[in-house]
Design a protein around this ligand. Structure first.
Ligand code: AMP
Length: 219
C-alpha cells in the first residue's frame, strides 16, 4: 500500500498517517518530522531547513526530494509507505513518480484531507507538542490532564514555533495554492480521493480504510 496524504497544515494528516501505519504495519514518513528531528539534532540538514521552517516557507525542493529518495529506498518501505507532507510541490510529485518507477512501485492513492481554513487556524494555534515523546495535545479539543504537562510521559508541552499565529497564516497561504496544484496533478492520474477532516478521528480513519480497500480492489 503506497499512499500520499495531501491537505493543508492542521488537517490531521499526521494523526491519520500514524493510525494507518499501525494498522497496515508500514512506515509513516513525515518530511516535517524528519526536518524537526534534524533541527533538534543540529545536523547540517537541520541547519539548512530551520530558517525556512521558522518563516513558514517550504524547504527547497532539492533538499526535500533528496531526503525522501533516501528514505523510500530503505528496506522497510518495500511493503508500502504513507507519505505525510510530501509531495508539496509539482517538482516533488514528479520526483516521487520517478523514484517509484525506479523502485518498480506505484502509488495506490493520493488522499486529500480537507477542512475549512478557520478550523485549521484553530487547530494549529492550539496545538501543543510534548518535547520528550512527541505526543500531541490541543488546548481546547484534547487538553492534557495537567496544563503544560504530557499525559503520556510527564514531559513539557510546548507550541511549535511554526504554530504561532503569524507563521500559521503564512504556512496556510503557501500551502493552499500548492495543494490545489497537487490535487489537479493526481486527479489527472485518476489517483485522487477526498475526505472531510471534520469529525471523529477514528471515524475518519475508518472512512480512509474503506477508500483504500476500494482502491486496492480497483488495481
Ligand atoms: P509539517 O509538519 O508537514 O507542517 O512541516 C513543517 C515544515 O517543514 C513546513 O512548514 C516546511 O517548512 C517543512 N516541510 C515539510 N515537508 C516539506 C516538503 N515536502 N517540502 C518543503 N518543505 C517541507
Amino acid at each position: 500500500m503506497n499512499l500520499v496524504l495531501l491537505g493543508l497544515p492542521g488537517a490531521g494528516k499526521g494523526t491519520q498517517a500514524g493510525l494507518l501505519a499501525d494498522k497496515y504495519n508500514i512506515p509513516h514518513i513525515s518530511t516535517g518530522d524528519m526536518f524537526r528531528e534534524a533541527v533538534k539534532n543540529e545536523t547540517p540538514l537541520g541547519k539548512k531547513a530551520k530558517e525556512y521552517m521558522d518563516a513558514g516557507e517550504l524547504v527547497p525542493d532539492e533538499v526535500t526530494i533528496g531526503i525522501v529518495q533516501e528514505r523510500l529506498a530503505q528496506k522497510d518501505c518495500e511493503a508500502g509507505f504513507i507519505l505525510d507532507g510530501f509531495p508539496r510541490t509539482i517538482p516533488q510529485a514528479k520526483a516521487l513518480d520517478e523514484v517509484l518507477m525506479e523502485l518498480e512501485q506505484q502509488l495506490d492513492l493520493a488522499l486529500l484531507i480537507a477542512a475549512p481554513e478557520e478550523e485549521l487556524i484553530k487547530r494549529l494555534t492550539g496545538r501543543r507538542v510534548c518535547q520528550d515523546c512527541g505526543a500531541t495535545f490541543h488546548v481546547d479539543f484534547a487538553p492534557p490532564e495537567e496544563e503544560g504537562i504530557c499525559d503520556e510521559c510527564g514531559g513539557k508541552l510546548e507550541q511549535r514555533d511554526d504554530d504561532k499565529p503569524e507563521t500559521v497564516k503564512r504556512r496556510l497561504e503557501v500551502s493552499r495554492e500548492k495543494t490545489d496544484k497537487l490535487v489537479d496533478y493526481y486527479k489527472r492520474q485518476d489517483l485522487l480521493a477526498k475526505i472531510d477532516a471534520r469529525g471523529e478521528i477514528l471515524e475518519i480513519n475508518q472512512q480512509i480504510q474503506d477508500l483504500l480497500e476500494d482502491a486496492g480492489d480497483d488495481n
